[in-house]
Design a protein around this ligand. Structure first.
Ligand code: GLN
Length: 569
């Protein structure tokens, strides 16, 4: 019999349900079970592809080219669950499917209703994810907060599945908040109400994860257990971690959450192997050295818009036993005549220009690339960051002052990056974007080949524009290394600076496949180069570095308040 775990949230949003669900997945895997992860997003968008990073954070891309919620990125970092379009369910998708069926006459004239037609569609989608015979547990995270109108059909589908599977095969875990009022006293009332709300839709939770900044003592947990009909062993204190989200699986394990889940679902107890997680945490907490990485882009003020990039940088650090301090640099600061480029970039050990869309900040990124090239600083360009390398080389080395991408200057006389006619056939993934996993072939003797230690690699894409092959020969003659190509040789997948300590741009997004226990090879190589650039002079244990925050201001504020890295993603 297959098992289901539903993870819901109460009181308010942003409690770190995604990290909770991912950590439960990691614990089940540590117990030797095979897990699949599903995210339900109750919004009407069919996918996250069209959503602004300002509203929604990063768009996470799966192998099959689905543009999904960033929680799937957490699943990918914490578990081995394969992730595809099927693992992300939105209200938009569900209604679109039901309405299409109705138009095709598949309901044979019956009245089409939320119950049972919409709920049946939801149930079918959830069960499809775990259908392979080797899957033991499907973990379904229901986005939003219980009590929101939007999530009602999903909670009804969950209720039905819990009933149909029986409570020894399907359980409910509710993540709630225990806030502190002035004076620091912790309040259980919001949690009591949140559980009542879940009970009102017919779901009795089996376990509670109580988010609070500090530990909840036994008395508090017993009180909550008593009010909510949840067994005491199932009431878990989900306190803020001191250093990294990768501590969360251990925190749950220490409180027996995995044993409790196995007991509830009659799964034969197996020894938990948490060694890989312990090693990850050790390297974050006590790294041998530190480096500072400057990330130059736009949306820098938004912590979530480059979620996978931040995490992959930390993974690169873990792989090098190095603490990574990320300095977010709004590329606008490098623009204009008075910009103090040396001042801004001079203190970092390496520069990363991540992906991005739209014209704002491009000139600052071009300056950052030039500065890195001319100063021998490690440079890592991702997607847009590779295109920036191409534009910079054309302008500075080839002297083509007008060189640009047609994305930013549609009428440029020198379109070194553009939309190419002959690419139309490789874009048939839908829309006009090149999306999802594809193969690159790496040139012998190149940096990228050394970094991956392989000739053929598969990474994920999400972009429209490409290196313009009309200029390929000029670039190569003038010293830009074209080191990765699609297997047919038609598209450029990576560029590098031969003779430079470490300068590499990739057209794909390696951050999506990076894991704390297995860093993306490019991020590992980049941080390795930053360590060399740093020359062993570790960043003196600054508050920022120790707290592992991605934002120095945030870290300083936290250091003052005496708290560490927040528990949420
Ligand atoms: N805007 C660029 C393109 O569409 C780069 C996209 C990206 O960095 N993801 O090609």
């Amino acid at each position: 019999m297959k098992k289901l775990i539903f993870v819901t949230g109460g009181v308010c949003s942003s409690l770190g349900k995604g990290i909770a669900a991912s950590s439960i997945g990691a614990l089940m895997e540590a117990r030797g079970l095979s897990v699949r992860m599903v995210k339900i997003d109750p919004y009407l968008n069919v996918d996250a592809g069209t959503m602004s990073p300002y509203q929604h954070g990063e768009v996470y891309v799966t192998d099959d080219g689905a543009e999904t919620d960033l929680d799937l990125g957490n699943y990918g970092r914490f578990t081995n669950s394969p992730l595809s379009r099927a693992n992300s369910i939105t209200t938009g998708q569900v209604y679109q499917a039901v309405i299409n069926k109705e138009r095709e006459g598949r309901f044979l004239g019956r009245t089409v209703q939320v119950i049972p037609h919409v709920t049946d569609e939801i149930k079918a989608r959830i069960l499809a994810v775990g259908k392979d015979p080797d899957v033991d547990i499907t973990i379904i995270e229901v986005g939003g907060t219980v009590g929101d109108m939007e999530s009602i059909p999903f909670l009804e589908a969950a209720r039905q599945l819990l009933h149909e599977f029986g409570r020894q095969n399907a359980i409910s875990i509710h993540v709630t908040l225990v806030p502190a009022v002035s004076g620091g006293e912790l309040k259980t009332k919001p949690t009591q109400h949140a559980v009542k709300e879940l009970q009102e839709v017919g779901i009795q939770p089996d376990a509670l994860i109580l988010r609070a900044s500090g530990h909840l003592d036994e008395g508090m947990r017993r009180k909550i257990a008593g009010f909510t009909n949840v067994e005491f062993e199932g009431v878990i204190s989900g306190y803020d971690v001191s250093h990294t989200i990768y501590q969360v699986p251990q925190i749950y394990h220490e409180q027996g959450l995995d044993s409790f889940i196995l007991k509830k679902m009659n799964i034969e107890s197996r020894h938990a192997d948490l060694r890989p997680w312990k090693e990850v945490v050790r390297k974050v907490v006590e790294p041998k050295r530190h480096v500072r990485v400057g990330v130059v882009g736009k949306y820098m003020e938004l912590t979530d818009s480059y979620k996978s990039v931040w995490e992959a940088l930390y993974h690169g650090g873990i792989a090098n036993d190095t603490g990574v301090e990320i300095i977010k640099i709004d590329s606008g600061r490098l623009e204009g005549e008075l910009a103090d480029i040396d001042g801004v970039l001079g203190t970092v050990d390496g520069i990363l220009v991540p992906g991005g869309f739209g014209e704002r900040g491009i000139e600052g990124m071009v300056r950052a690339a030039r500065w890195a090239r001319e100063h021998g600083k490690p440079y890592f360009g991702i997607c847009l960051g590779m295109q920036i390398m191409v534009i910079e080389h054309a302008r500075t080395v080839l002297g083509w002052a007008k060189a640009h991408s047609t994305e930013f200057d549609p009428d440029t006389a020198c379109p070194v990056v553009g939309l190419l006619e002959d690419q139309v056939d490789v874009r048939n993934y839908g829309g006009t974007m090149r999306l999802g996993k594809s193969e690159s072939v790496l040139k012998e003797g190149s940096l990228i080949r050394e970094v991956y230690g392989a000739e053929h690699i598969w990474e994920r894409h999400r972009h429209r524009y490409e290196f313009n092959n009309a200029y390929r020969a000029d670039f190569e003659k003038s010293g830009l290394g074209i080191s990765g190509l699609t297997p047919d040789g038609g598209l450029v997948e990576s560029c590098e600076w031969p003779g430079h300590p470490w300068g590499l741009g990739v057209q794909f997004h390696p951050e999506f496949k990076s894991r704390p226990t297995q860093a993306s090879p490019v991020f590992k190589g980049f941080i390795g180069a930053c360590v060399i650039a740093n020359g062993g002079k570790s960043v003196p244990g600054s508050a920022e570095a120790r707290l592992g925050s991605t934002d120095p201001r945030e870290a300083k504020a936290k250091a003052k308040a005496g708290e560490g890295h927040a528990h949420r993603a």
